[in-house]
Design a protein around this ligand. Sequence first.
Ligand SMILES: Nc1nc2c(ncn2[C@@H]2O[C@H](COP(=O)(O)OP(=O)(O)OP(=O)(O)O)[C@@H](O)[C@H]2O)c(=O)[nH]1
Ligand SMILES: [Mg+2]
Length: 446
Amino acid sequence: MMARSDSSTIFALSSGRGRAGVAVIRISGNFARDALEMLTGGVPEPRQAVLRRLTDPHSQELLDEALVLFFAGPASFTGEDVAELHIHGGPAVLDGVIAALGRIEGLRGAEPGEFARRAFANHKLDLTQAEGLADLIEAETEAQRRQALRQSGGALRALCEDWRENIIHAASLVEAALDFSDEADVPELVEGRARPVVRALHDSLLRHLGDARKGERLREGLKVVLAGAANSGKSSLLNALTVRDAAIVSREPGTTRDAIEVHLDLGGYPVTLIDTAGLRAASGEVEQQGIKRTYERAGQADLVIWLIDGSNPQWRPPGDLIADEHTILPVFNKADLARPDKAHGDILCISAKTGDGLDALIGKLTARAAKMMEAGEPVMITRARQRMELEACRDALSAFLDGAPQELELRAEDLRIAARALGRVTGSVDVEDVLDRIFGDFCIGK
Ligand SMILES: Nc1nc2c(ncn2[C@@H]2O[C@H](COP(=O)(O)OP(=O)(O)OP(=O)(O)O)[C@@H](O)[C@H]2O)c(=O)[nH]1
Ligand SMILES: [Mg+2]
């Protein structure tokens, strides 16, 4: 659902669902004070935790004893008055407090991402920080957490704002040249002073855009596909790597049909491992469909482990399975039954059955994951949205650098376009159409 941008006071459970020692309910808006008054009989000093009895304002029934906090706007997460109720995390307590809040006039339940959206509207965070916050909540591994913390802390925002200031500085030089267009300092202003600024910015943008999508990969996890001839041991390997029976293993070739995904944390890097239907001249229609999916998955993978059945080796994948040779990692399985002959070099040998060679394989995967995801630049692009705008900025800067310097109006326009694209990254311009998408990704209570 889309977040409404009205001025009502909103509330939601901000901690996770389910039984817990403590659950936190957040209230934000003009009536946060009144709500506290009605539930607890008073409003504590801002930022001081106090223990209070919560009673239902309608029935006067005792609901819980809770730790209560109040933040006076604008010094709060959303920039509005905010109250927090740290209640006992049982379903009945929670239902009672939520129901009582719902009966207070002027209050309504929050929609997904609505707290963060209000924080954005009140300039507490920009779009990149809001995206970073969403990532922090989703982060499953250490490297993901590091990246999300950097971004929610404003690293990308600061970089974009710095770039934008430089563009505006260059634009002011071009505007000045426009004002004095019949005088001799025009070339000095544009060629001598604006151009080097734009050139440096352009280089910096190229460096960040040429990051091999590491930041986006880290957000999404590295996709590793297990492919190979039917019966080569793909499902056995998946199970051995996850140390549980996620996939069915059997002597019959053609066992796996649907792709099966599991998530691994390799040295802090997130990896999605995908087991696929084995390749063979398939008999049934279902298996053929499975094989079609194997092709689709392999085509989208960051890395394809080509698993070779040691007892019946098929050394190479079919030519049309993978477009990029660099994404293939050949692995020789069933090393307990057979060994590869010398002609095949130092191929990685494993046995999914005995566990032999699995540590080496995990080591190799971890190294690949690190190489494909570890931060080169301290600030990373983490989403396609950001990349798209930064590319638009780069193109406008290229147009400036390639254009005729004496066409001052056109050069000024190039810089305006570039600055606008950066403004869209942080959300300082043209935001309306992206807000629903960005904040809709949050869960309720964030
Ligand atoms: N000896 C030995 N047998 C293995 C090894 N790995 C798998 N197998 C056996 O090979 C057979 C096929 O294993 P699966 O893991 O189902 O193979 P798969 O590649 O997933 O097969 P499909 O899903 O049909 O493509 C089973 O009987 C496994 O026990 C291994 O390292 N050594
Ligand atoms: Mg299988």
